[in-house]
Design a binder for this molecule. Sequence first.
Ligand SMILES: O=c1ccn([C@H]2C[C@H](O)[C@@H](CO)O2)c(=O)[nH]1
Ligand SMILES: [Zn+2]
Length: 136
Amino acid sequence: MPTPADLFEAAAAARARSYSPYSRFKVGAAIRAEDGTVHAGCNVENAAYPQGQCAEATAIGAMVMAGAKRIVEIAVVGGDAGSGLLCTPCGGCRQRIREFAGPDTPIHVFDAGGAGRSFTLGELLPHSFGPDNLGF
Ligand SMILES: O=c1ccn([C@H]2C[C@H](O)[C@@H](CO)O2)c(=O)[nH]1
Ligand SMILES: [Zn+2]
């Protein structure tokens, strides 16, 4: 499942905007919405550590602000090039993505050098709780 280069580039550009003075772990995310538009975000940390926000949450906020409601695919770029560690979305962000995506939605994760792999949301968040549980 190769990632479209444009989505990786958008996520990498967002990563460059990361505000992460505490962890020094820069993350960028880029979403392709169902209307074809791309929405990106970076992690935004806070001196009150728990108030920090993940890149995926910033990107989702940008998507919603632009009027889109459905994630077709999402790319996340985090960590250092060649680290060999993929920056998979945290548990909270898997649930945030779930709100606007289904089990087959691709989630592409990369290190800063562009090495990575793709998962589906269903692989990362199986048996998930979502809007359908509430009748939506
Ligand atoms: O998928 C992830 C994982 C971590 N972070 C951020 C949160 C925090 O600012 C920093 C270190 O955890 O990376 C993200 O934005 N997305
Ligand atoms: Zn997260």
